[in-house]
Design a protein around this ligand. Structure first.
Ligand code: CTP
Length: 398
């Protein structure tokens, strides 16, 4: 990654190695990066905010709000600002909280809100470094798609000697420069459907559903972060279009079908996360239907199944992903869909799980492949779920 012009967010936690963060910030600025610093409150005992603000040429963030001015630090904005987030030094405590979605300071909230590559440079004493609790947490963070800047061996603050020293700032810079920000999906064309479809009854009414589009939009952002060319075909949603992504807005299942099939021959990966209405009114009234009798019956006809249609004409080398939203016999039903629609991966949402499904910001899913291997992901933000779905696809196509 060429650091020049990149937005680099540096996270600092409470380790003696925090003194090296000043050099890291200085070197980042020297290489042309725009740098902001977010610190845990305890890290301020190790290095002063003034030093880092001066070096980074930006205010330093460490509190949710400033009690004198009442000004609020927006962790979401900070997370979205970053092209890359480097947490150096990262203590065992912060790594544990990151691994388990805890959020009791601004740095952690920013981590959970960021959708850019995150680099973690652990720093701690030898015994902590070797403890299975820490090793497990680090493994979890890796499985979320974060990058670990390995610690080195040497003299530690405790006087012991061994692994746990934070990597030197010059070496961290080298690792960032060697990292391909455009990542592993460069050259791939990814088609994503998102949101609900609206099936018109008359000029003012429709049949729809509660899909928010958040899952599909998070997938689109993650695929773009990894360098893919993304085509996002979206039903009506109220969330903003992601920056830098070509969004094709559609209303009905028929429009979505047509938009998808324009790219059928050229996609490498298609992820159909839209909640497409299964049925549409047999006839769309030209004028608004007036109320008359006590009962009104609507004739519905089946919509084309976009996913199944793509599966039928899937070419060698194309990778097709579907979603399944089930309320009973979840695994069996998802496996049937996987086979019948000729999919390479299915993402199973169960409406029986709290925190999963439509509307919310979290999701709880299982990833199932044709060889019946099931990955159960933990309850986490849709951004994290998207990262893991894309990471799984990446693993399967390579
Ligand atoms: N899907 C689609 N076109 C449709 C219906 C569904 O592309 N007309 C896609 C969805 O985007 C999702 C998958 O098919 O990826 C599963 O949708 P779901 O509604 O769970 O399953 P259905 O196949 O419609 O079956 P059922 O509603 O009976 O569970």
């Amino acid at each position: 990654m060429n650091l020049s012009g990149k937005h680099v967010l540096v996270g600092i936690t409470a380790s003696i190695a925090a003194y090296k963060s000043a050099t890291l910030v200085r070197l980042l600025v020297k290489s042309g990066a725009h740098v902001k610093v977010v610190m845990t409150p305890d890290s301020l005992h190790f290095i002063g905010a003034l030093t880092l603000a001066t070096l980074s040429k930006n205010p330093v963030y460490s509190q949710y709000f400033d009690s004198t001015t009442g000004e609020w630090s927006n962790h979401v904005e900070l997370g979205k600002w970053a092209d890359v987030f480097v947490i150096a030094p990262a203590t065992s405590n912060t790594i544990s909280k990151m691994a388990h979605g805890q959020c009791d300071n601004l740095l952690l909230a920013t981590y959970l809100s960021s959708d850019c590559p995150v680099f973690i440079a652990p720093a701690m004493d030898l015994d902590m470094f070797q403890h299975p609790a820490f090793r497990n947490n680090l493994k979890l963070l890796k499985s979320f798609g974060n990058y670990i800047i390995n610690s080195t061996s040497g003299e530690l603050a405790s006087g012991l000697s061994g692994e746990g020293r934070m990597e030197e700032p010059e070496e961290i810079i080298k690792q960032l420069e060697a990292f391909k920000l455009d990542g592993t999906l460069t050259g791939k064309k990814i088609l994503i459907t998102a949101g609900p479809t609206y099936e018109a009854i008359d000029p003012v009414r429709f049949i729809g559903n509660h899909s928010s589009g958040k899952m599909g939009y998070a997938l689109a952002k993650e695929a773009k972060n990894l360098g893919a060319e993304v085509i996002l075909i979206s039903g009506p949603v109220s969330i903003p279009s992601p920056e830098g992504i070509h969004v094709i807005h559609v209303k009905s299942a028929d429009e979505m079908y047509d938009a998808v099939f324009k790219h059928q021959a050229s996609y490498d990966i298609a992820i159909l996360s839209a909640a497409v209405a299964d049925y549409k009114p047999a006839q769309v009234a030209e004028q608004k239907i007036k109320k008359a009798d006590n009962e009104h019956h609507l004739d519905l006809i089946k919509n084309k199944d976009i996913l199944r249609s793509l599966g039928l004409v899937k070419k060698e080398g194309q990778f097709l992903v579907g979603f399944a939203l089930e309320t009973q016999n979840e695994l069996e039903n998802a496996l049937v869909k996987l086979t019948e629609k000729n999919l390479d991966l299915i993402v199973l949402n169960s409406l029986n799980d709290s925190g999963a499904g439509f509307g919310g910001d979290t999701n709880l899913v299982k990833l199932i492949t044709p060889d019946n291997i099931i990955d159960e992901l933990p309850l986490q933000s849709k951004t994290e779920v998207a990262k893991q779905i894309i990471a799984k696809i990446n693993q399967l196509i390579h």
